[in-house]
Ligand binder design. Structure first.
Ligand code: FAD
Length: 500
Protein backbone atom coordinates (compact mmCIF):
# COMPACT_ATOMS: atom_id res chain seq x y z
CA UNK A 1 0.00 0.00 0.00
CA UNK A 2 1.54 3.33 -0.98
CA UNK A 3 0.47 6.75 -2.27
CA UNK A 4 -0.47 6.37 -5.93
CA UNK A 5 -1.67 8.40 -8.92
CA UNK A 6 -5.00 7.48 -10.49
CA UNK A 7 -5.06 9.75 -13.50
CA UNK A 8 -4.71 13.21 -11.99
CA UNK A 9 -6.21 12.08 -8.69
CA UNK A 10 -3.81 11.35 -5.86
CA UNK A 11 -4.68 9.04 -3.00
CA UNK A 12 -2.85 9.70 0.24
CA UNK A 13 -2.14 6.76 2.51
CA UNK A 14 -2.60 8.70 5.74
CA UNK A 15 -4.06 12.13 6.50
CA UNK A 16 -3.38 13.65 9.91
CA UNK A 17 -5.65 16.54 10.84
CA UNK A 18 -3.99 18.97 13.27
CA UNK A 19 -0.42 19.89 14.09
CA UNK A 20 -0.26 19.15 17.83
CA UNK A 21 1.62 16.51 19.83
CA UNK A 22 -0.88 13.77 18.93
CA UNK A 23 -0.49 14.06 15.14
CA UNK A 24 3.27 14.58 15.56
CA UNK A 25 3.63 11.37 17.59
CA UNK A 26 1.39 9.27 15.38
CA UNK A 27 2.98 10.60 12.20
CA UNK A 28 6.56 10.11 13.35
CA UNK A 29 5.80 6.53 14.46
CA UNK A 30 4.22 5.79 11.07
CA UNK A 31 7.18 7.33 9.26
CA UNK A 32 9.44 4.85 11.05
CA UNK A 33 7.14 1.85 10.74
CA UNK A 34 6.21 2.26 7.09
CA UNK A 35 8.56 4.74 5.38
CA UNK A 36 7.00 4.22 1.93
CA UNK A 37 3.54 5.50 2.91
CA UNK A 38 2.51 9.03 1.97
CA UNK A 39 1.45 11.20 4.89
CA UNK A 40 -0.30 14.58 4.60
CA UNK A 41 -0.70 16.81 7.65
CA UNK A 42 -3.11 19.76 7.66
CA UNK A 43 -2.88 22.48 10.31
CA UNK A 44 -5.21 25.49 10.29
CA UNK A 45 -2.81 27.83 12.13
CA UNK A 46 0.42 29.33 10.80
CA UNK A 47 2.61 26.89 12.72
CA UNK A 48 2.41 23.58 14.54
CA UNK A 49 1.96 23.33 18.35
CA UNK A 50 0.10 26.61 18.78
CA UNK A 51 -2.92 25.20 20.63
CA UNK A 52 -2.91 22.88 23.70
CA UNK A 53 0.54 21.48 22.88
CA UNK A 54 2.18 24.93 23.11
CA UNK A 55 4.52 25.25 26.10
CA UNK A 56 2.45 27.97 27.74
CA UNK A 57 -0.92 26.33 27.10
CA UNK A 58 -0.39 23.25 29.28
CA UNK A 59 1.36 22.51 32.59
CA UNK A 60 4.21 20.55 31.03
CA UNK A 61 4.01 17.87 33.69
CA UNK A 62 5.40 14.58 32.48
CA UNK A 63 2.42 12.77 34.03
CA UNK A 64 3.80 9.75 35.86
CA UNK A 65 1.43 9.70 38.87
CA UNK A 66 4.24 10.63 41.27
CA UNK A 67 2.53 13.79 42.47
CA UNK A 68 -0.97 13.78 40.93
CA UNK A 69 -3.15 12.49 43.74
CA UNK A 70 -6.18 12.04 41.48
CA UNK A 71 -4.59 8.93 39.92
CA UNK A 72 -4.87 7.05 43.23
CA UNK A 73 -8.23 6.72 44.92
CA UNK A 74 -9.20 5.51 48.36
CA UNK A 75 -11.49 2.49 48.31
CA UNK A 76 -14.45 2.18 50.70
CA UNK A 77 -12.36 -0.17 52.92
CA UNK A 78 -9.67 2.50 53.27
CA UNK A 79 -7.08 0.81 51.00
CA UNK A 80 -5.57 2.69 48.07
CA UNK A 81 -6.27 1.73 44.47
CA UNK A 82 -3.00 2.28 42.55
CA UNK A 83 -4.02 0.64 39.25
CA UNK A 84 -4.45 3.94 37.38
CA UNK A 85 -1.15 5.27 38.77
CA UNK A 86 0.65 2.16 37.47
CA UNK A 87 -0.90 2.58 34.03
CA UNK A 88 -0.03 6.28 33.77
CA UNK A 89 3.52 5.68 34.98
CA UNK A 90 4.05 2.77 32.59
CA UNK A 91 2.66 4.83 29.70
CA UNK A 92 5.10 7.63 30.48
CA UNK A 93 7.94 5.07 30.45
CA UNK A 94 6.79 4.15 26.93
CA UNK A 95 7.03 7.83 25.94
CA UNK A 96 10.51 8.06 27.48
CA UNK A 97 11.66 5.06 25.45
CA UNK A 98 10.43 6.48 22.15
CA UNK A 99 11.88 9.93 22.89
CA UNK A 100 15.22 8.28 23.82
CA UNK A 101 15.18 6.43 20.50
CA UNK A 102 14.69 9.74 18.66
CA UNK A 103 17.44 11.45 20.67
CA UNK A 104 19.81 8.59 19.79
CA UNK A 105 18.84 9.03 16.14
CA UNK A 106 19.92 12.67 16.35
CA UNK A 107 16.44 14.21 15.99
CA UNK A 108 17.21 16.69 18.79
CA UNK A 109 20.48 18.49 19.42
CA UNK A 110 19.96 17.79 23.13
CA UNK A 111 17.15 16.14 25.15
CA UNK A 112 17.04 19.29 27.32
CA UNK A 113 15.36 20.99 24.36
CA UNK A 114 12.17 19.28 25.51
CA UNK A 115 12.64 17.42 28.83
CA UNK A 116 14.20 18.44 32.14
CA UNK A 117 14.38 16.94 35.59
CA UNK A 118 12.04 18.61 38.11
CA UNK A 119 11.14 16.82 41.39
CA UNK A 120 7.46 15.93 41.70
CA UNK A 121 6.02 16.64 45.16
CA UNK A 122 2.57 15.99 46.61
CA UNK A 123 1.73 18.34 49.47
CA UNK A 124 -1.29 17.93 51.76
CA UNK A 125 -2.69 19.63 54.85
CA UNK A 126 -4.91 18.33 57.66
CA UNK A 127 -5.02 14.97 59.41
CA UNK A 128 -7.34 13.29 56.91
CA UNK A 129 -5.27 14.10 53.84
CA UNK A 130 -2.01 13.34 55.67
CA UNK A 131 -3.36 9.85 56.49
CA UNK A 132 -4.32 9.41 52.82
CA UNK A 133 -0.87 10.48 51.58
CA UNK A 134 0.88 8.13 54.01
CA UNK A 135 -1.18 5.15 52.84
CA UNK A 136 -0.67 6.16 49.20
CA UNK A 137 3.07 6.31 49.70
CA UNK A 138 3.12 2.90 51.41
CA UNK A 139 1.16 1.38 48.51
CA UNK A 140 3.26 2.98 45.77
CA UNK A 141 6.83 2.84 47.06
CA UNK A 142 6.75 -0.97 47.27
CA UNK A 143 6.39 -0.97 43.51
CA UNK A 144 9.50 -0.81 41.26
CA UNK A 145 7.91 1.90 39.09
CA UNK A 146 7.77 4.16 42.17
CA UNK A 147 11.02 3.10 43.81
CA UNK A 148 12.80 5.86 45.72
CA UNK A 149 9.68 7.92 46.45
CA UNK A 150 10.18 9.72 49.80
CA UNK A 151 7.61 10.61 52.48
CA UNK A 152 7.86 13.13 55.30
CA UNK A 153 5.78 14.94 57.92
CA UNK A 154 8.85 16.88 59.08
CA UNK A 155 8.57 20.65 58.46
CA UNK A 156 12.36 21.04 58.27
CA UNK A 157 12.66 18.39 55.58
CA UNK A 158 9.79 19.95 53.65
CA UNK A 159 11.40 23.39 53.92
CA UNK A 160 14.43 21.93 52.12
CA UNK A 161 12.27 20.38 49.41
CA UNK A 162 10.06 23.45 48.85
CA UNK A 163 11.16 26.56 50.78
CA UNK A 164 8.49 28.85 49.32
CA UNK A 165 5.68 26.51 50.37
CA UNK A 166 6.92 26.18 53.95
CA UNK A 167 8.06 29.75 54.74
CA UNK A 168 5.57 31.60 56.95
CA UNK A 169 3.66 28.45 57.87
CA UNK A 170 2.77 27.73 61.52
CA UNK A 171 5.16 25.11 62.90
CA UNK A 172 2.28 23.12 64.44
CA UNK A 173 0.35 22.78 61.18
CA UNK A 174 -0.37 19.14 60.22
CA UNK A 175 1.18 18.73 56.78
CA UNK A 176 2.92 15.98 54.82
CA UNK A 177 4.65 15.54 51.47
CA UNK A 178 6.04 12.89 49.15
CA UNK A 179 8.82 13.55 46.68
CA UNK A 180 10.05 11.72 43.59
CA UNK A 181 13.29 12.83 41.97
CA UNK A 182 12.23 10.99 38.80
CA UNK A 183 9.77 13.80 37.97
CA UNK A 184 10.05 15.80 34.75
CA UNK A 185 8.94 18.99 33.06
CA UNK A 186 8.23 18.52 29.36
CA UNK A 187 8.04 21.23 26.72
CA UNK A 188 5.46 19.54 24.51
CA UNK A 189 5.66 22.41 22.02
CA UNK A 190 9.39 21.91 21.41
CA UNK A 191 8.84 18.16 21.26
CA UNK A 192 6.08 18.60 18.65
CA UNK A 193 8.31 20.81 16.51
CA UNK A 194 11.14 18.26 16.74
CA UNK A 195 8.85 15.40 15.74
CA UNK A 196 7.49 17.28 12.72
CA UNK A 197 11.00 18.27 11.65
CA UNK A 198 11.98 14.60 11.83
CA UNK A 199 8.91 13.54 9.81
CA UNK A 200 9.63 16.11 7.15
CA UNK A 201 13.07 14.67 6.49
CA UNK A 202 11.11 12.15 4.40
CA UNK A 203 9.86 13.25 0.99
CA UNK A 204 6.77 11.09 1.61
CA UNK A 205 5.58 13.49 4.31
CA UNK A 206 3.96 16.84 3.61
CA UNK A 207 2.90 19.33 6.27
CA UNK A 208 0.63 22.17 5.16
CA UNK A 209 0.01 24.94 7.67
CA UNK A 210 -2.83 27.49 7.24
CA UNK A 211 -4.89 24.64 5.76
CA UNK A 212 -8.18 23.78 7.44
CA UNK A 213 -10.07 20.52 6.99
CA UNK A 214 -13.69 21.62 6.56
CA UNK A 215 -15.52 18.33 6.12
CA UNK A 216 -14.93 14.64 5.56
CA UNK A 217 -17.12 11.83 4.36
CA UNK A 218 -16.79 8.25 3.31
CA UNK A 219 -16.33 8.00 -0.46
CA UNK A 220 -16.15 5.22 -2.98
CA UNK A 221 -13.89 2.21 -2.50
CA UNK A 222 -13.65 2.73 1.27
CA UNK A 223 -11.66 5.95 0.84
CA UNK A 224 -12.19 9.13 2.85
CA UNK A 225 -12.96 12.34 0.96
CA UNK A 226 -11.92 15.52 2.72
CA UNK A 227 -12.52 19.14 1.77
CA UNK A 228 -9.54 21.27 2.69
CA UNK A 229 -9.41 25.08 2.62
CA UNK A 230 -6.14 26.83 1.85
CA UNK A 231 -6.41 29.79 4.24
CA UNK A 232 -3.76 31.74 2.27
CA UNK A 233 -5.83 31.79 -0.94
CA UNK A 234 -9.35 30.77 0.12
CA UNK A 235 -9.27 27.87 -2.35
CA UNK A 236 -11.13 24.71 -1.28
CA UNK A 237 -9.81 21.43 -2.71
CA UNK A 238 -10.57 17.72 -2.26
CA UNK A 239 -8.21 15.18 -0.72
CA UNK A 240 -8.72 11.42 -0.83
CA UNK A 241 -7.16 9.22 1.81
CA UNK A 242 -7.08 5.61 2.92
CA UNK A 243 -6.85 6.47 6.62
CA UNK A 244 -7.65 9.63 8.54
CA UNK A 245 -6.55 10.46 12.08
CA UNK A 246 -8.24 13.39 13.76
CA UNK A 247 -5.67 14.96 16.08
CA UNK A 248 -7.46 18.30 15.94
CA UNK A 249 -7.53 18.96 19.71
CA UNK A 250 -10.94 20.25 20.82
CA UNK A 251 -12.12 20.30 17.21
CA UNK A 252 -11.52 16.55 16.78
CA UNK A 253 -15.01 16.18 18.21
CA UNK A 254 -16.46 18.57 15.60
CA UNK A 255 -14.86 16.59 12.77
CA UNK A 256 -15.85 13.23 14.29
CA UNK A 257 -19.49 14.37 14.31
CA UNK A 258 -19.15 15.64 10.71
CA UNK A 259 -17.74 12.26 9.56
CA UNK A 260 -21.11 10.66 10.30
CA UNK A 261 -19.62 7.36 11.54
CA UNK A 262 -22.07 5.55 13.84
CA UNK A 263 -19.33 5.07 16.47
CA UNK A 264 -19.22 8.87 16.95
CA UNK A 265 -22.91 9.13 17.75
CA UNK A 266 -23.69 10.25 21.28
CA UNK A 267 -20.33 12.01 21.84
CA UNK A 268 -20.48 15.57 23.07
CA UNK A 269 -17.96 17.96 24.58
CA UNK A 270 -17.84 20.60 27.25
CA UNK A 271 -15.08 23.22 26.92
CA UNK A 272 -13.15 24.46 29.95
CA UNK A 273 -10.41 27.04 29.58
CA UNK A 274 -7.38 27.23 31.84
CA UNK A 275 -5.46 30.16 33.37
CA UNK A 276 -2.18 30.46 35.33
CA UNK A 277 -0.63 33.01 37.61
CA UNK A 278 2.92 33.72 36.35
CA UNK A 279 5.68 34.91 38.65
CA UNK A 280 7.84 37.76 37.35
CA UNK A 281 10.26 37.97 40.30
CA UNK A 282 13.49 36.18 39.33
CA UNK A 283 14.63 35.84 42.95
CA UNK A 284 11.42 34.00 43.84
CA UNK A 285 11.57 31.84 40.71
CA UNK A 286 15.09 30.71 41.59
CA UNK A 287 14.07 29.69 45.14
CA UNK A 288 11.65 27.00 43.95
CA UNK A 289 12.58 23.81 42.12
CA UNK A 290 9.66 21.36 42.03
CA UNK A 291 6.18 20.69 40.79
CA UNK A 292 4.12 20.78 43.97
CA UNK A 293 0.67 19.27 43.50
CA UNK A 294 -2.03 19.52 46.16
CA UNK A 295 -5.29 17.69 46.59
CA UNK A 296 -8.42 18.77 44.77
CA UNK A 297 -11.32 19.70 47.02
CA UNK A 298 -13.88 16.93 47.52
CA UNK A 299 -16.36 16.84 44.63
CA UNK A 300 -14.23 18.90 42.23
CA UNK A 301 -12.87 17.49 38.93
CA UNK A 302 -9.23 16.33 38.39
CA UNK A 303 -8.44 19.48 36.37
CA UNK A 304 -8.94 21.56 39.54
CA UNK A 305 -5.84 20.18 41.33
CA UNK A 306 -3.76 23.27 42.19
CA UNK A 307 0.00 23.17 41.65
CA UNK A 308 3.01 25.42 42.09
CA UNK A 309 5.18 24.57 39.16
CA UNK A 310 8.75 25.04 38.11
CA UNK A 311 8.80 25.15 34.31
CA UNK A 312 11.38 25.58 31.61
CA UNK A 313 10.07 28.04 29.02
CA UNK A 314 11.97 29.81 26.24
CA UNK A 315 15.25 28.52 27.69
CA UNK A 316 14.50 30.04 31.11
CA UNK A 317 13.26 28.80 34.45
CA UNK A 318 9.67 29.92 35.15
CA UNK A 319 7.23 29.66 38.07
CA UNK A 320 3.47 29.20 37.62
CA UNK A 321 0.52 28.59 39.86
CA UNK A 322 -2.86 27.25 38.81
CA UNK A 323 -4.77 26.20 36.89
CA UNK A 324 -7.85 28.35 37.34
CA UNK A 325 -10.76 27.41 35.14
CA UNK A 326 -12.84 29.65 32.93
CA UNK A 327 -15.86 29.06 30.76
CA UNK A 328 -15.88 29.59 27.02
CA UNK A 329 -17.93 27.97 24.28
CA UNK A 330 -14.84 27.58 22.05
CA UNK A 331 -13.30 24.15 21.44
CA UNK A 332 -9.87 25.68 20.70
CA UNK A 333 -8.19 28.75 22.15
CA UNK A 334 -8.39 30.19 18.63
CA UNK A 335 -11.76 28.55 17.95
CA UNK A 336 -15.23 30.00 17.46
CA UNK A 337 -17.88 30.84 20.06
CA UNK A 338 -20.20 28.69 17.93
CA UNK A 339 -18.12 25.51 18.53
CA UNK A 340 -20.23 24.32 21.46
CA UNK A 341 -23.71 25.23 20.09
CA UNK A 342 -22.88 23.74 16.68
CA UNK A 343 -21.75 20.48 18.30
CA UNK A 344 -25.18 19.79 19.79
CA UNK A 345 -26.96 17.06 17.81
CA UNK A 346 -30.03 14.90 18.46
CA UNK A 347 -27.62 12.04 19.26
CA UNK A 348 -25.63 13.85 21.98
CA UNK A 349 -28.29 16.19 23.37
CA UNK A 350 -29.35 13.74 26.11
CA UNK A 351 -25.76 12.89 27.25
CA UNK A 352 -24.94 16.65 27.37
CA UNK A 353 -28.05 17.35 29.43
CA UNK A 354 -27.54 14.36 31.72
CA UNK A 355 -23.91 15.24 32.32
CA UNK A 356 -24.82 18.81 33.30
CA UNK A 357 -27.54 17.42 35.56
CA UNK A 358 -25.39 14.79 37.29
CA UNK A 359 -21.98 16.45 37.53
CA UNK A 360 -22.76 18.94 40.25
CA UNK A 361 -19.08 18.99 41.26
CA UNK A 362 -17.93 20.24 37.87
CA UNK A 363 -20.80 22.71 37.49
CA UNK A 364 -20.28 24.14 41.00
CA UNK A 365 -16.51 24.30 40.45
CA UNK A 366 -16.89 26.17 37.14
CA UNK A 367 -19.38 28.68 38.53
CA UNK A 368 -17.16 29.30 41.55
CA UNK A 369 -14.07 29.68 39.31
CA UNK A 370 -15.74 32.04 36.85
CA UNK A 371 -17.00 34.25 39.70
CA UNK A 372 -13.54 34.46 41.33
CA UNK A 373 -12.07 37.90 41.87
CA UNK A 374 -8.30 38.55 41.51
CA UNK A 375 -8.18 38.59 45.33
CA UNK A 376 -9.80 35.10 45.49
CA UNK A 377 -7.25 33.78 43.00
CA UNK A 378 -4.41 35.23 45.00
CA UNK A 379 -5.78 33.64 48.18
CA UNK A 380 -5.58 30.23 46.48
CA UNK A 381 -1.91 30.89 45.73
CA UNK A 382 -1.27 31.94 49.33
CA UNK A 383 -2.37 28.49 50.50
CA UNK A 384 0.68 27.10 48.67
CA UNK A 385 2.99 30.08 49.05
CA UNK A 386 1.98 32.00 52.20
CA UNK A 387 4.48 34.84 51.64
CA UNK A 388 3.54 35.52 48.00
CA UNK A 389 3.41 39.19 46.97
CA UNK A 390 0.65 40.12 44.53
CA UNK A 391 2.93 42.52 42.63
CA UNK A 392 5.04 39.50 41.52
CA UNK A 393 2.16 37.65 39.84
CA UNK A 394 0.02 38.18 36.75
CA UNK A 395 -2.75 36.14 35.15
CA UNK A 396 -2.41 34.57 31.67
CA UNK A 397 -4.75 32.36 29.67
CA UNK A 398 -3.62 28.76 28.98
CA UNK A 399 -5.11 26.19 26.63
CA UNK A 400 -8.62 24.99 26.10
CA UNK A 401 -9.74 21.52 27.20
CA UNK A 402 -12.82 19.79 25.89
CA UNK A 403 -14.14 17.32 28.45
CA UNK A 404 -15.68 14.44 26.61
CA UNK A 405 -19.27 13.58 27.37
CA UNK A 406 -20.46 10.10 26.48
CA UNK A 407 -22.41 7.47 28.35
CA UNK A 408 -20.03 4.89 29.80
CA UNK A 409 -21.97 1.63 29.50
CA UNK A 410 -20.06 0.12 32.45
CA UNK A 411 -20.53 2.88 35.01
CA UNK A 412 -23.53 4.71 33.56
CA UNK A 413 -21.67 8.03 34.05
CA UNK A 414 -21.55 10.65 31.33
CA UNK A 415 -18.44 12.77 31.82
CA UNK A 416 -15.11 11.23 30.78
CA UNK A 417 -11.86 12.62 32.13
CA UNK A 418 -8.69 11.73 30.24
CA UNK A 419 -8.03 10.86 26.64
CA UNK A 420 -10.50 8.85 24.58
CA UNK A 421 -9.97 7.38 21.11
CA UNK A 422 -12.98 6.69 18.88
CA UNK A 423 -12.52 4.43 15.83
CA UNK A 424 -14.74 3.62 12.89
CA UNK A 425 -15.54 -0.11 12.81
CA UNK A 426 -13.16 -0.70 9.88
CA UNK A 427 -10.33 1.27 11.56
CA UNK A 428 -10.00 3.78 8.69
CA UNK A 429 -10.94 6.81 10.83
CA UNK A 430 -9.82 7.53 14.39
CA UNK A 431 -10.44 10.58 16.54
CA UNK A 432 -8.27 11.52 19.53
CA UNK A 433 -10.52 13.26 22.01
CA UNK A 434 -10.01 14.71 25.47
CA UNK A 435 -7.17 16.12 27.52
CA UNK A 436 -4.69 15.09 30.25
CA UNK A 437 -2.70 12.92 30.52
CA UNK A 438 -2.83 13.00 26.70
CA UNK A 439 0.46 14.66 25.85
CA UNK A 440 2.56 12.66 28.34
CA UNK A 441 1.08 9.37 27.25
CA UNK A 442 0.84 10.24 23.54
CA UNK A 443 3.19 7.40 22.51
CA UNK A 444 1.26 4.65 24.31
CA UNK A 445 -2.02 6.11 23.00
CA UNK A 446 -0.66 6.20 19.43
CA UNK A 447 0.64 2.63 19.62
CA UNK A 448 -2.71 1.35 20.90
CA UNK A 449 -4.43 3.27 18.14
CA UNK A 450 -2.14 1.84 15.44
CA UNK A 451 -2.60 -1.69 16.76
CA UNK A 452 -6.36 -1.24 16.51
CA UNK A 453 -6.14 0.16 12.97
CA UNK A 454 -3.42 -2.10 11.52
CA UNK A 455 -3.71 -5.38 13.47
CA UNK A 456 -2.09 -7.54 10.77
CA UNK A 457 0.99 -5.28 10.61
CA UNK A 458 1.52 -5.78 14.35
CA UNK A 459 1.61 -9.55 13.99
CA UNK A 460 4.00 -10.05 11.07
CA UNK A 461 6.22 -8.25 8.57
CA UNK A 462 8.76 -5.61 9.58
CA UNK A 463 6.67 -3.75 12.19
CA UNK A 464 7.27 -5.99 15.26
CA UNK A 465 11.06 -5.64 14.90
CA UNK A 466 10.88 -1.91 14.16
CA UNK A 467 8.62 -1.39 17.17
CA UNK A 468 10.99 -3.29 19.43
CA UNK A 469 13.78 -0.96 18.26
CA UNK A 470 11.74 2.13 19.16
CA UNK A 471 10.01 0.96 22.34
CA UNK A 472 11.92 -2.07 23.71
CA UNK A 473 9.20 -2.93 26.26
CA UNK A 474 6.48 -2.93 23.65
CA UNK A 475 4.04 -5.80 24.38
CA UNK A 476 5.58 -6.43 27.82
CA UNK A 477 4.21 -5.41 31.19
CA UNK A 478 6.53 -3.21 33.23
CA UNK A 479 4.53 -3.50 36.47
CA UNK A 480 4.95 -7.28 36.29
CA UNK A 481 8.68 -7.26 35.52
CA UNK A 482 10.72 -5.29 38.13
CA UNK A 483 14.08 -6.11 36.50
CA UNK A 484 12.96 -4.91 33.07
CA UNK A 485 11.48 -1.83 34.70
CA UNK A 486 14.78 -0.90 36.38
CA UNK A 487 16.80 -1.68 33.26
CA UNK A 488 14.67 0.42 30.94
CA UNK A 489 14.50 3.34 33.36
CA UNK A 490 18.28 3.32 33.76
CA UNK A 491 18.80 3.39 30.03
CA UNK A 492 16.21 6.10 29.22
CA UNK A 493 17.47 8.25 32.12
CA UNK A 494 20.97 8.06 30.69
CA UNK A 495 19.91 9.05 27.17
CA UNK A 496 17.54 11.81 28.32
CA UNK A 497 19.97 13.21 30.89
CA UNK A 498 17.63 12.53 33.83
CA UNK A 499 18.40 11.19 37.34
CA UNK A 500 18.41 7.38 37.58
C1 FAD B 1 -4.52 23.91 30.93
C2 FAD B 1 -3.99 22.61 30.43
C3 FAD B 1 -2.99 21.94 31.13
C4 FAD B 1 -2.50 20.72 30.66
N1 FAD B 1 -1.48 20.13 31.33
C5 FAD B 1 -0.93 18.98 30.85
C6 FAD B 1 0.20 18.42 31.48
O1 FAD B 1 0.72 18.96 32.45
N2 FAD B 1 0.71 17.27 30.97
C7 FAD B 1 0.15 16.64 29.89
O2 FAD B 1 0.65 15.59 29.50
N3 FAD B 1 -0.92 17.17 29.26
C8 FAD B 1 -1.47 18.32 29.70
N4 FAD B 1 -2.54 18.88 29.07
C9 FAD B 1 -3.14 18.16 27.93
C10 FAD B 1 -2.31 18.35 26.66
O3 FAD B 1 -2.01 19.69 26.48
C11 FAD B 1 -3.10 17.78 25.49
O4 FAD B 1 -3.46 16.43 25.77
C12 FAD B 1 -2.34 17.79 24.19
O5 FAD B 1 -1.67 18.99 23.97
C13 FAD B 1 -3.32 17.53 23.05
O6 FAD B 1 -2.61 17.51 21.86
P1 FAD B 1 -3.37 17.47 20.48
O7 FAD B 1 -2.36 17.29 19.43
O8 FAD B 1 -4.49 16.46 20.56
O9 FAD B 1 -4.13 18.88 20.38
P2 FAD B 1 -3.59 20.36 20.09
O10 FAD B 1 -2.23 20.59 20.59
O11 FAD B 1 -4.66 21.27 20.55
O12 FAD B 1 -3.49 20.40 18.52
C14 FAD B 1 -4.63 20.32 17.68
C15 FAD B 1 -4.31 21.08 16.42
O13 FAD B 1 -5.34 20.83 15.46
C16 FAD B 1 -5.55 22.03 14.72
N5 FAD B 1 -6.87 21.93 14.08
C17 FAD B 1 -8.07 21.92 14.71
N6 FAD B 1 -9.06 21.78 13.79
C18 FAD B 1 -8.45 21.70 12.58
C19 FAD B 1 -8.95 21.54 11.26
N7 FAD B 1 -10.26 21.42 11.02
N8 FAD B 1 -8.07 21.52 10.23
C20 FAD B 1 -6.72 21.62 10.46
N9 FAD B 1 -6.20 21.78 11.71
C21 FAD B 1 -7.07 21.80 12.75
C22 FAD B 1 -5.43 23.10 15.79
O14 FAD B 1 -5.16 24.37 15.22
C23 FAD B 1 -4.28 22.59 16.64
O15 FAD B 1 -3.03 23.08 16.21
C24 FAD B 1 -3.04 20.12 29.48
C25 FAD B 1 -4.04 20.79 28.77
C26 FAD B 1 -4.50 22.03 29.22
C27 FAD B 1 -5.52 22.75 28.41
Amino acid sequence: MSGEQRGAEKITDVVLVGGGIMSATLGSLLRELQPDWTIEVFERLKDTAMESSHVSNNAGTGHSAYCELNYTTERADGTIDISKALKVNESFEVSRQYWSHLVEKGCFSSPQEFITSVPHISFVRGARDVAFLKKRHEALCRHPLFEGMEYTEDHKQMAEWMPLVMAGRECGETVAATRSLQGTDVNFGALTHGLFAFMQRSEKVRLRTRHEVLTLRRGQGGLWELKVKDLHTGEVFPVRARRVFLGAGGRALTLLLKSGIPEGRGYGGFPVSGMWLYCSNREVIEKHHAKVYGKAQVGTPPMSVPHLDTRRMAGQKALLFGPYAGFSTRFLKTGSYLDLPLSVRPGNFVPLLMSAGTNFGLVRYLIQQVLQSPRDRFRALEEYYPEAQSRDWSLRVAGQRVQIIHKDPKTGTYLQFGTEVVHSADGTLSALLGASPGASTSVAISLELLERCYPAFFRSGPWPERLAGMVPTFGKSLPEDPELCRKVRRSTSEVLGLPR
